[in-house]
Unconditional design. Structure first.
Length: 252
């Protein structure tokens, strides 16, 4: 009876109070989860714990790929890996460049959905269409329907829409609160007969030359995807990957 009286006094029912308590517990669980993700694998039956060493090796592999292209060697690209079969499609790995791009440390990144970079952005600066497209793409990879889905580019300079791939540009917030335009090129890959999403990322500037370079970078990554998969298979996945190959059309 005392609890009921307290609930009524504060303007809420017992059911409301229970929901609030449940919500608070969920927040605490989320915070605990984000603090411990670097200490264990998100899916220990599939892949290992992500480490700083893996972040460095992945960044080195990415740098080698883009150093082959003279027009891209001065750009800073990073790569993320997400698991769409885990609720929320969290990041399970990233190269060191991604931490440099957004200002967060690896243990603050792994285990979180990329929404943590969009949520702090003022609503009027968020491209909701891009956000919706990214959500649809991730769900399609989870459901295995991504090879039937090709989203047309939203702007003329963007790469042609190809099944299993998505090019996006979205306002993101760094850890220090500064807003920047992030280009992220999502590619569905299949490793150990399980889908994952690789994300090529870099800061995007409103410059035609830079936009052309970002478009070229997407093509370069796709052409050298085998090198990235080989590194992940050797260092991260627990068994040799079986990769589903799909023809890619780079025409614009």
């Amino acid at each position: 009876m005392g609890n009921t009286g307290a609930s009524v006094a504060c303007g809420c029912t017992d059911e409301d109070a229970a929901k609030k308590a449940e919500s608070s517990e969920a927040v605490l669980d989320m915070h605990a989860f984000s603090r411990t993700t670097s200490n264990s694998s998100q899916n220990p039956e599939r892949y290992r714990m992500w480490t700083e060493e893996l972040s460095n090796e992945l960044q080195d592999a990415l740098n080698r790929i883009f150093e082959k292209e003279k027009r891209l060697e001065d750009f800073e690209f990073s790569l993320t890996i997400a698991d769409p079969l885990i609720a929320g499609c969290p990041l399970i790995g990233c190269s060191t460049g991604f931490g440099k791009l957004c200002g967060y440390s690896m243990d603050q990144i792994i285990g979180r959905n990329c929404r943590f970079l969009v949520d702090p952005v003022p609503k009027e600066q968020i491209n909701q269409t891009m956000r919706d497209r990214a959500r649809v793409f991730c769900n399609s990879v989870k459901d295995g329907t991504h090879y039937d889905l090709a989203m047309p580019p939203l702007e003329s300079w963007m790469p042609k829409g190809i099944p299993g791939e998505l090019f996006c540009a979205q306002a993101n917030a760094r850890k220090d609160g500064t807003i920047f335009q992030n280009m992220f090129y999502l590619v569905a890959v299949e490793l150990d007969e399980q889908p994952y999403i690789l994300g090529l990322q870099t800061e995007l500037f409103q410059d035609s030359g830079y936009q052309a370079a970002c478009k070229a970078a997407c093509h370069t990554l796709q052409a050298n995807l085998g090198e990235v998969k080989k590194l992940l298979a050797k260092k991260f996945w627990l068994t040799s990957p079986m990769c589903r190959q799909q023809p890619t059309d780079f025409t614009t």
